[in-house]
Structure formats: C-alpha cells, structure tokens
Design a binder for this molecule. Structure first.
Ligand code: GCW
Length: 711
C-alpha cells in the first residue's frame, strides 16, 4: 500500500506543479471598461456609500439635518461618518449640527451627551439595550418627523449609526422605524496572525497592515479605515499579533507602538489584545523558568501587566496558545492549562483584563486521535479557571477543515466560559483564490444542537451564555486582511469578514440575509444582480466541500493547505498527514470514531452521540468522519459509496465551473475592474476544482479498484 502511495505521489508531482503555476493572478483592469459603472478597487469594502437608487427621494425627505450633540471623539466620528456617507449617497451635503432645529432630522447620541435625547426619557429602554445596543425610532418633535438613534453608551450610538446607514445602503424604507438591537455576545474579536516582520501566517492578501517601523509616530490611514469597518459590524476588539507569539511584542518599545493603535481605535470601541508568549519571563525577563507557580514568574507578569495598563488603560488582555505546535506553556513545568491561565488572569484582574486561553491543543500523549484530545484535556479542568479566564475553541475538533462537526467542548464546558474561534481567512477553503462564503458554514455550526441542557441547546445559545451561565461570552474570527488594495485578496473574501461581524452581533441572522446585505453594499442595489450574487454565495461552501472533502472527509492536504494531497503520509507528525484521517485501503475508507471504534462520539451529549454513532442516522455529510465504510456501502440515495464520492467530486467541480458563467452574466452590472478580478479568480477555482476531483478520485481508485464514473 505504501508503495502505491509513493508511486502516486511521484505521478502527481507534475500535476501539483502545474496547479501552483496556474495560480498566478493578473490584476489589471479590463481595457475598454464599461464607462457607466466606474471602476472600483475594493478598498472601501462595504462602506462604499454608493447612491442607493430608487429610495433616495424618501431619504431626502426625511433627512434634512443631522444632529449629533456632545463633544467626544466618538460623537465627532459619528458626525463625520454620517456627513460623508450622506453626501456620497445623496450627491449633496446634509448639514450636521450640534443644536436642535425643527426640521426632518436624524438625531444621534446618548442621554449623557445629548439634551434632546435626554428629553425623550427613554432611559429605561436604553438600560435594557446596554452600552453597545441601541434604539432607532421614528418619532415627532415640535411637529417635525425625526429619526432618533439612541444608546446608553457612545459606542452603541456609533453602532446604531452604522445600522442606520446600512438601511440606506441596502435601499430599505426608513419610515416608521422601530428597531431595538443588542449584541448577543460581549466579545466580538478579530485574531490577526501577523508577525512582527510584517509577514502574516496563513495570510493571502499581502503584508501586515501594522507598520511597526513607522509606529508610534506615523499612523497609516488604513488603521482608521480598519476601525471604521469593524465598528460598522460591531466588532469590539482585535488581537493584533500572531498566536505563535514573538516575545518582543511585550517590550516597552513595542508596547508604545501598540498603545498608538489602541489610542486611535478607542473611540471606535475597539480594544487591543495581545498574544502572549508563555515563555516571556525567560526570553524577555531573563528568569530561569516560566513556571506559573514560581513567585518570581508571577511577579514578572504582574509588573508586565502594570506596565501595559499604564500605556493602555483599557487593554483587553492576553490570548495564549500554550503547549500547542511547539509553543511553550505550563505543561513544560508539569502544570495544567488552568494553572497557566490563572496566573496570567491574576496579573490582569486588578486592571479589568481577561485571559483567553486557546483549546487548540493536541498532545499525542492524551489520545491517539487528535479529534479527542482537547475535550479530554479541558473538560477535566472545567471549573478550575479564574472568573476572568475564558477558553477559546475552534468550531470543529480538528482545524478549520472545509466541514467539521461542532467541537464537543461547546456544551461540554459547563463552568468555564468558551468563546468560538472561527476563521474568515480561507486557510483550508481555497485561500484568496476560491469564492467560498462562510456564512452558511458558520450557521450550520451555530445552529447545531449540542443537547447540553436538552433540546435547543444550540452552539449559538451556548456562546450567549444561555445554556450554561457564562460570565464572559464571545465569538472570535481569525482574519488576514493585508496590504492588498482590497484588503482580503479575493473581493468575495471580504464577505467573510463582514459575515463574522454580523453573526457575532446576532447569530440568529440568516446567512442569506447577511449575503444579501453585503452584496448590496459591496456591489450594487440592482435586485436581479443582488439575487445572482447572493445565490452564488449561498451555494459556494457546499460546492467547495463537494470538490475537496465531501461526506466527512478531512485533511486531504499537504503543508500548503491548498492543493489536494491525499497521499500525504510523511509529515513531521502523523496527525499532520492525510492518510491518518482517511484510512483508505482495499476494504474501505473513513475513521471509525463510533462506540465500537475509538469512541470519539461519546464526547457528545445524547442523543447527538447516538445520532453520530448509528450508521443509519449519522448525517451523510459527516459519514466518513465518524464511520469506516466499505467502498460498496449503500448510501441513502441507493448508490454505492464509491459512486456517491465520484458524483460529489464531479458535481462540485461542475458547480465551481458554472460560477464562471453566472458571473459572466453580470458583466456591465458591476464595475469592470472588480468584475474582471473576480472572473480571473473564478477561472483558477474552476481549474483547481477539476484538479481536486481528478487527483482525489485517481488516488482513492487505487484502493476502491472501481472505475471513476461521472454521474
Ligand atoms: O490552522 C493551523 C495553522 C497554523 C496555526 C494553527 C493555530 C497560528 O496551520 O498556521 O498557527 O492552526 O491555530 O494555532
């Protein structure tokens, strides 16, 4: 079998080389572009403020004046955003005033900053929506119709402003508004895997946004635009350096640079967090060890926390990747993850900071299967973490695979709060070359029922703290915006950043609504065009799964995490190979994680455990994740597993290819620069999806011994 794999590897080498050469992307605009739709480069993301089309008369009637009272940095930002947005959308300025004048107006603020809003006596309603929530209501003042955007907090007023602008951008009616919004979770954070040398781990859109050589003196205008787009979807914090953390970020020199970003982002409600290297007391402080129970280590971190908070009074806290993939951690000293986290939590607690401890650990000593390890390690520590410590868990138990069942720690951690870690960066999902909208994938995850406390205990509710009473709630996404003009490499990758923000705000929103909002704001308000774009987005994830890893297959890749490499059997660790996971041989394929196999299903609550365990009830999308099946196993469709696999790969590649035609039908409806840039990438996607299909099927055919037959 080994030999067959090696021969296959040699034969497929040429194919892979062609695959990577084919990935070169030409970025130049089409000559002779359609003059009616001016070219755009994608820099403005979803804050383009294009004229909203047919609704503009209604808007002009109802918005003759903007009133922003108060003199804080945030209220100035609100005034500026509104004035430039309305100007761009309406083609003429709308005056922004600090004083009430009887006119159809939009009034924004908090009871503390705005006399007009105080006069409305909405305090009780505003207490209920909290500092980040807001109310948008149409009402009348001195005979004039006005729209009030009010919050108990300034950041809530900013969020309300962006919500209101979204209504205009997407062409919705603003008559008789009665909107009450409050985010479902407290922490809505981005994780950047940016290194101090300007590279980005798993970044596909250029170098890091953070210009360390220019900070703190020079502030790139991108930092402000970054804050605006994040605030526009309610993101309220960012961990700005890689979890594989360089200790230098904790030096005085770098902390001053970090403080400059924190100062700039504060009025946008964005707090800065840092990834901390657990060995910093040794590598930076010169101590002999970093043992969390050593008083000298405890003191070192206390002093470091004091130093940070002197510079950044609202510093969010530390994110820690410990004892994972070679990173140092408490286990180096025979201590537990909880002991490590608690030591840092104690250093941060007097200042109001938190520790976010990653559960992305997979020690070989814990269990032979990587899928089971984090659950085993962390459930035995449940309840041992300090009140200001949380555990951050990736959506699935392996690593951002195209499709994974939800991680059993969701619902499984009863006393220690968990945050969900998602990945908008398309590390395993076509990187910046494939169009893959993550809204649908994340909804499948968020809507999964853990049954932790009976039916209805969805992951989303666990994250809200509505299943177990968590003190800290949140959602996080790994993102990789870089210096590429359009931030994300692929114009459609921007949608994943957007979708994360919207779902972190409210996980009950539908993937479809989010896709539609994004398409309207990013491309056009033309209804048929929006329908086409939304539909492309909605099917794109399932398409990607079909031509890469359908039916529960996972990790069929090599180190680049892009190209197919099911023959990968020689990585530095067994659990980085592909063969460890698919286990294909002449008898069949798949990983037996049932009660008769390695019992991974037992990490789920009943009836989820039995649902996955039972071959008849296991959703086929997870079949080979939980079960090992013979090649002629009968699927629900009546087809043999081998044929079903062939069908999936063929239909997936065909759908990927069909996206090109669909997109082509939008020529002239979208500016030609972005149209061409997307078309170029769709061509790569179509070609690479066919390579995935052929490579995988040819490889598995070595074992199935059956012909590859298209459907
Ligand atoms: O997905 C894997 C990536 C690593 C990453 C690691 C993690 C930052 O391949 O590049 O390291 O996960 O999440 O820590």
């Amino acid at each position: 079998m080994q030999l067959r794999r090696r021969n296959f590897l040699a034969a497929s080498f040429v194919g892979l080389a062609i695959l990577s050469i084919g990935c070169h992307v030409v970025d130049t605009p089409t000559p002779g572009a359609d003059a009616r739709v001016p070219d755009e480069n994608g820099y403005k993301l979803w804050l383009r403020y294009a004229p909203p089309g047919k609704s503009v008369d209604q808007y002009l009637r109802l918005i003759r004046l903007v009133i922003v009272q108060g003199d804080s940095a945030t209220s100035r930002i609100i005034g500026k955003e509104l004035s430039s947005a309305l100007n761009m959308m309406f083609g003429s300025p709308v005056p922004v005033s600090r004083t009430w004048k009887p006119k159809p107006a939009v009034i924004i603020g908090t009871p503390a900053t705005s006399k007009v809003i105080r006069g409305l006596k909405w305090e009780n309603d505003l207490i209920a929506t909290g500092l980040d929530g807001f109310i948008i209501r149409s009402t009348r003042m001195e005979g004039q119709s006005v729209i009030v955007i009010a919050s108990a907090g300034e950041i809530g007023a900013l969020y309300g402003t962006f919500h209101f602008l979204r209504l205009l951008q997407t062409g919705q009616s603003i008559q008789e508004l009665s909107i009450v919004e409050r985010p479902k979770v407290q922490l809505r954070l981005l994780n950047h895997w940016d290194n101090l040398d300007g590279s980005i781990e798993r970044g596909y859109a250029g170098r890091s946004l953070w210009q360390w050589n220019e900070l703190p003196g020079k502030l790139d205008p991108r930092y402000t635009d970054y804050a605006r787009v994040n605030a526009s979807v309610g993101i309220n914090g960012a961990v700005i350096n890689n979890v594989n953390a360089d200790v230098r970020i904790l030096t005085g020199e770098y902390l001053e640079k970090v403080a400059a970003l924190a100062n700039l982002w504060r009025p946008y409600g964005i707090r800065v967090y840092l990834s901390a290297n657990f060995a910093a007391p040794v590598r930076l402080g010169g101590l002999p060890n970093a043992d969390p129970l050593d008083p000298a280590v405890v003191d070192w971190w206390k002093a470091k926390a004091e130093e940070i908070y002197r510079l950044i009074p609202d510093f969010g806290g530390f994110l820690v990747k410990a004892n994972s993939e070679g990173q140092p951690g408490p286990k180096d000293y025979g201590r537990t993850h909880a002991e490590g986290a608690n030591m840092l939590a104690d250093a941060l607690a007097p200042h109001g900071g938190i520790v976010i401890w990653r559960a992305f650990v997979y020690d070989e000593d814990v269990d032979p299967d990587r899928v089971k390890r984090a659950y085993i390690e962390f459930t035995r520590l449940d309840g041992q973490f300090r009140p200001n410590a949380v555990v951050q868990v990736k959506n699935g138990p392996i690593d951002f695979q195209p499709r994974e069942p939800f991680h059993s720690l969701f619902g499984g951690m009863k006393q220690t709060p968990v945050l969900a870690e998602l990945q908008a960066t398309q590390e395993y999902l076509g990187q910046a070359k494939h169009l893959v909208y993550h809204g649908t994938m994340w909804k499948e995850f968020l809507d999964s029922d853990t049954f932790a406390r009976g039916s209805g205990s969805t992951v989303g509710k666990v994250l809200e703290g509505a299943v177990h009473p968590y003190r800290i709630t949140g959602m996080v996404s790994v993102v990789n915006p870089g210096l590429d003009t359009n931030w994300c490499g692929h114009h459609f990758s921007q949608a994943n950043w957007y979708a994360f923000g919207r779902l972190a705000w409210n996980h009950r929103l539908s993937a479809e609504q989010i896709a539609e909002e994004w398409a309207r704001m990013t491309f056009t308000n033309d209804d048929p065009t929006v329908d086409t774009i939304r539909d492309m987005m909605m099917s794109s994830w399932e398409t990607y799964v079909s031509y890469t890893m359908p039916l529960g297959l996972h990790h069929l890749i090599g180190f680049d995490h892009y190209a197919p490499m099911p023959e990968n059997d020689t990585a530095p660790r067994e659990d980085w190979t592909a063969v460890f996971y698919h286990r294909a041989d002449a008898d069949g394929i798949g990983f037996d994680r049932t009660k008769r196999g390695n019992k991974a299903v037992e990490q789920y609550f009943p009836p989820v455990c039995d649902l996955f365990d039972n071959l008849a009830s296991c959703p086929e999308k997870f079949l080979l994740w939980f079960h090992r099946c013979s090649w002629d196993y009968r699927m629900k469709s009546g087809k043999m597993l081998w044929q079903e696999l062939c069908d999936k790969y063929y239909s997936g590649a065909e759908q990927a290819s069909a996206m090109q035609g669909t997109w082509q039908s939008l020529a002239g409806r979208i500016d030609s620069r972005r149209h061409k840039e997307v078309a170029d990438r769709l061509a790569i996607q179509a070609a690479d999806s066919a390579k995935w299909r052929d490579h995988i099927l040819q490889y598995f055919q070595l074992f199935s011994g059956m012909p590859v037959t298209p459907p």
